[in-house]
Ligand binder design. Structure first.
Ligand code: ADP
Length: 303
C-alpha cells in the first residue's frame, strides 16, 4: 500500500521528538527516503497557513550541508515530511569506540556543520535544536543538518517532551537565563558544544537540570560578569551567582591545537552579541591551517 500514492512504507527508523520516522521508497524516483510523521494533535483545523508557508520555505532551503525536505503532505491528521535518507549521524560516530577521529577529521565534521548553519543563517532561519544526532551523515560522508526550522514550527521540543534531555547540553546561556528573543548565537553555542564533544569524545557540558547546566557552563568558563555581557542582568531568569573563576581552556582540552582552542573560545563567548558568527567562524585560520579538513568521502564512519 502506497502512502500518498507515491511512497512504499518500509520499517520504522525510530521515534523522534515530533513523531515516528520510517523508511520508505519513493516510487517516483526509486530513491530511499525517511518520512517523519508529525502528530498534529491539537490543531483541529489541520495545518494552518503559517505552518504551510514555513514548510514551503524549508523546501526551498537547498544546500549540500542541509538535509533536503523533498515533499510534505497532510494525511489522517498527521503531517508527513519526506527527507532524503541518511545512513548514520554524528552521535553514532562520536560514540563508536572503534572509530579514531584525527584532528583533520574533526575539522571536516565541524566545518560541514558550520557550512550548513551558515547557509541557513543567511536565509534568516535558525536551527535552535543542534545536537550530534541531528547531524546526519550520508553515503558519501557528507554531513547534513536535520530538523532545520522545526523547533520554531512545532514548538521547542525539550519543553514538551521529557525524554528530550540531550538538547539541554547544547543550550546557550542566554536561553538558560530565559531569553525570549534569541538570535543565531544560540546555534553557534550549540555548534561549539558539538566541536568540544568531537574533541573529547563525550558530551562536554552534560547538565542534569537547567540549573546544573548553568553550573557546568560556569565551571568551564567562569561566571559571566556584566562587563563581559552587559545585557545579562536584564534577562528574565537572571540571578546573581557566586563567583567562579575560569580555568584555562587548555586544561579542559589538553589534546586540542592552539587554532582549535582559539576558535572554540570565540564560539563559547558568553555575550551572544560578541559571540563569533558562523560566517566568521568559517573564515577562522583553524580551517586554513594544517592539517586541512579531511575529504568527506574519506571520513571514518560506523561499520
Ligand atoms: P529526534 O527528534 O530525537 O532528533 P528524529 O525525529 O530526528 O529524532 O529521528 C528519529 C529517528 O529517525 C532517529 O533514529 C534518526 O536516526 C532517524 N532519522 C531521522 N531522519 C532520518 C533520515 N533523514 N534518514 C535516516 N534516518 C533518519
Amino acid at each position: 500500500k502506497k502512502v500518498a500514492d507515491r511512497y512504499l512504507k518500509r520499517e520504522v527508523l525510530g521515534e523522534g521528538t515530533y513523531g515516528v520516522v520510517y523508511k520508505a521508497i519513493d516510487t517516483r524516483t526509486g530513491q530511499t527516503v525517511a518520512i517523519k510523521k508529525i502528530r498534529l494533535g491539537k490543531q483541529k483545523e489541520g495545518i494552518n497557513f503559517t505552518a504551510l508557508r514555513e514548510i514551503k520555505l524549508l523546501k526551498e532551503l537547498k544546500d549540500p550541508n542541509i538535509i533536503e525536505l523533498t515533499d510534505a503532505f497532510p494525511l489522517k491528521g498527521n503531517l508527513h515530511l519526506v527527507f532524503e535518507f541518511m545512513e548514520t549521524d554524528l552521535e553514532a560516530v562520536i560514540r563508536d569506540r572503534n572509530i579514531f577521529l584525527s584532528p583533520a577529521d574533526i575539522k571536516s565534521y565541524i566545518q560541514m556543520t558550520l557550512k550548513g548553519l551558515a547557509f541557513c543563517h543567511r536565509k534568516w532561519v535558525l536551527h535552535r535544536d543542534m545536537k550530534p544526532n541531528n547531524l546526519l551523515i550520508g553515503p558519501n560522508g557528507q554531513l547534513k543538518l536535520a530538523d532545520f526550522g522545526l523547533a520554531r514550527l512545532f514548538g521547542s521540543p525539550d519543553r514538551r517532551f521529557t525524554h528530550q534531555v540531550f538538547a539541554r547540553w547544547y543550550r546557550a546561556p542566554e536561553l538558560l537565563f530565559g531569553a525570549k528573543q534569541y538570535a543565531s548565537g544560540v546555534d553557534v553555542w550549540a555548534a561549539a558544544c558539538i566541536f568540544a564533544e568531537l574533541l573529547l569524545r563525550r558530551p562536554f557540558l552534560p547538565g542534569t537540570s537547567d540549573i546544573d547546566q548553568l553550573g557546568k557552563i560556569f565551571a568551564a568558563f567562569g561566571t559571566p560578569t556584566s562587563s563581559h555581557w552587559p545585557d545579562m542582568v536584564y534577562l528574565p531568569d537572571y540571578v546573581e551567582y557566586q563567583y567562579v573563576p575560569a580555568p584555562p581552556l587548555r586544561s579542559l582540552f589538553p589534546m586540542a591545537s592552539d587554532d582549535a582552542l582559539d576558535l572554540l573560545s570565540k564560539m563559547f563567548t558568553y555575550d551572544p552579541k560578541a559571540r563569533i558568527s558562523v560566517q566568521r567562524a568559517l573564515e577562522h585560520w583553524y580551517f586554513s591551517s594544517s592539517p586541512l579538513p579531511t575529504d568527506p568521502v574519506k571520513l571514518p564512519r560506523p561499520a
